[in-house]
Write a protein that binds this ligand. Sequence first.
Ligand code: PMP
Length: 316
Amino acid sequence: AKCSKDGNFSKGDLQCFGNIEMNPSSGVLNYGQGLFEGLKAYRKLDGSILLFRPDENALRMRMGAERMCMPAPTTEQFVEATKMTVLANKRWVPPPGKGSLYIRPLLMGSGAVLGLAPAPEYTFLIYVSPVGNYFKEGLAPINLVVENEFHRATPGGTGGVKTIGNYASVLKAQSLAKAKGFSDVLYLDSVHKKYLEEVSSCNVFVVKRTTISTPAIKGTILPGITRKSIIDVAHSLGFQVEERLVSVEELLDADEVFCTGTAVVVSPVGSITYLGERVSYGKTGVGAVSQQLYSSLTSLQMGLSEDKMGWTVELM
Ligand code: PMP
């Protein structure tokens, strides 16, 4: 779907996946005026398809669009377009337990703009791809390295929204970490260089006894939809959850650490390396709390447990 700066998107069409035409002086190519989202569709045992909280992705895209000087589709348009795209591709939604259909909505300044300014025209599109389960055989712990040199976001920047430039800025730190054998990077705040922020594409949680702590949302970390859901699930299971400043030193005596995101759902952290020192969690790296939260959330997303929260949207 396209729209001018006035912000009213017309209803779009379905097109076969393929290259799209792009103006060389478009806002997205020249000034990074782009946002994306990510969500998944799961197949239930009865063959129907479940989306997980698509209205939350719509809302996050709208908040991001405000920061990036872009118009955005309404929640209704976003959810309708997502449903239409998934239904048109329903044969690509894997059978229960075999993965999911990853859905990637993109919003970009597609109009031509030579001098630095918001683009005069915008394009909203959605593409999908089947993806396997992130962990093929049960949960597998990841190994993180705390980053000291590079930062993902700074106060007043765009770290709190899902704009494409945030991902460009982490490519280097992530490649260096992967070359050293780490799964990903854990970023610290850029002011005090001591408080946890997040991983390149997921949020982080630290467990100490029955308390689960996670960095508070304050503009430099992405407000993850899995993060928000896990906080509610953890409360319902009787855990105490704290959203606050979490210092890097707390990693040293944590019982468990885990990450949350659409791709990984809940991913246990087996070890964290900080200033050359490696801290490992438990014997297997898969803690009981991470395991319990993973099972609770995935069974809800896959329609295996009752959706008391009203988070899933069923498509036939
Ligand atoms: N932080 C970043 C930087 C991300 O890219 C993502 C993935 N969208 C997340 C956190 C987790 O967000 P969500 O749970 O909505 O996928």
